[in-house]
Design a protein around this ligand. Structure first.
Ligand code: GLN
Length: 289
C-alpha cells in the first residue's frame, strides 16, 4: 500500500510506484507522481527539490485511494478529473472524451488559418461540432484573442463541462455552447468549422483498449458501421455554415484519409492540407469549397 510509515513525499512515491508496478500499470512512476502531486500541491520538480516534505495521514489516505483506482484500470486523468491540453487545464466529465495529445495537431493546423482570417477582418469565428470538453475550440480562442467560438454537442453534460472549462481558462466571454445534433440547431456562418467526431468503426469500438472502452464515452468514439457516418453529415451541411473561403478541419482515424477526402469531395470540397500526428499517422484534414 502507499501509506508510508514516516510519511514523506519520497516514501509515498516509492510505495505508490511499487504498487502500480506490481499491478502491471504501464508508467508507474509518472502516474504515481501525477496523483501525489494533485494531493500535495507539488509540481513535478518539487519531487526532486523537496523529497522530505511531510505527508499527513489524511493526504496519505487520499493518495492510497487514488492509487487503488489506478490499479483498477481507471486512467490517471479520469481520477484527477482534469488534464492539460494545448496549454489549457480542462475538466473531464462522464460524457466527454479525454482530450488526446494528437488532437493538438488539429489545433496547430487551424491556428494559422484563424489568425489569417483575423488579420483580414479584425475578428473571426469558430464552430466546434461535438466539442466535448471544449478542448479544440478553447485552445484556438486562447491563442487567438480576437476570435469567438461556439462549441456544440448533443450531450448536455459535455456542454456544462465545456462552459466550465471556458470559465476556468478565462475564455467565457468569447465562447458559447449550443446543444445540437450536428448542425440541427446551428445558425450563422463561421470562418472555421472544426470537429473531432467519433470515427471508430462500431465493430472495433468493443475491442479498444480497456481503459478507453470503460472510461471514454462510446458516443464520442463510435462512428457507425464504417466509422465515417459523422463525416458524411458534416460534409453534407458544412457549406451552408461557412463564410466565403471558410475552412473545415477534421480529425480522422489513421486509415481514413482517402475515404474522408472522397466524402468531402462529393460535396464540392477540395483538400487543402493533410497532416500527420506525433506518431506519423494521418490525423488531420482541412478542406475548402
Ligand atoms: N483517437 C481516439 C481513440 O483512439 C478516437 C477519437 C475519436 O473517435 N474521435 O480513442
Amino acid at each position: 500500500m502507499s501509506g508510508a510509515a514516516d510519511g514523506t513525499v519520497s516514501t509515498e512515491l516509492a510505495a505508490a510506484r511499487k504498487r502500480l508496478q506490481a499491478a502491471g500499470i504501464a508508467d508507474p512512476l509518472l502516474d504515481a507522481r501525477l496523483l501525489i502531486a494533485d494531493v500535495t500541491g507539488f509540481s513535478l520538480t518539487d519531487f526532486v527539490m523537496k523529497p522530505d516534505h511531510p505527508v499527513n495521514p489524511a493526504e496519505s489516505a487520499r493518495i492510497a485511494a487514488m492509487i487503488e483506482r489506478r490499479v483498477g484500470g481507471e486512467p490517471v486523468h479520469r481520477i484527477l478529473g482534469h488534464r492539460e491540453f494545448h496549454g489549457l487545464d480542462l475538466l473531464l466529465s462522464k460524457e466527454t472524451l479525454e482530450p488526446r495529445p494528437d488532437t493538438e495537431v488539429l489545433v496547430d493546423t487551424l491556428l494559422p488559418v484563424l489568425k489569417k482570417a483575423v488579420s483580414a477582418k479584425g475578428s473571426a469565428s469558430v464552430l466546434d461540432l461535438g466539442t466535448g470538453t471544449g478542448a479544440i475550440c478553447l485552445a484556438l480562442l486562447k491563442e487567438c484573442p480576437e476570435a469567438t467560438g461556439i462549441g456544440s454537442d448533443i450531450s448536455a453534460d459535455a456542454l456544462e463541462t465545456a462552459a466550465k472549462n471556458a470559465a476556468r481558462n478565462g475564455l467565457a466571454s468569447r465562447f458559447e455552447t449550443v446543444r445540437s445534433d450536428w448542425f440541427k440547431k446551428i445558425s450563422g456562418s463561421f470562418d472555421i468549422i472544426v470537429s473531432n467526431p467519433p470515427y471508430i468503426r462500431s465493430d472495433i469500438v468493443t475491442t479498444l483498449d480497456r481503459e478507453v472502452r470503460h472510461h471514454d464515452p462510446m458516443a464520442a468514439l463510435d462512428g457507425g458501421q464504417d466509422g465515417l457516418a459523422p463525416y458524411r453529415l458534416i460534409a453534407a451541411d458544412a457549406g451552408r455554415f461557412l463564410v466565403e473561403n471558410g475552412i473545415v478541419g477534421v480529425e480522422i482515424g489513421f486509415d481514413q484519409r482517402l475515404d474522408v477526402s472522397a466524402i468531402f469531395a462529393s460535396h464540392g470540397f477540395s483538400l487543402l492540407d493533410a497532416v500527420k500526428d506525433y506518431g506519423g499517422n494521418d490525423r488531420v484534414l482541412t478542406f475548402r469549397r
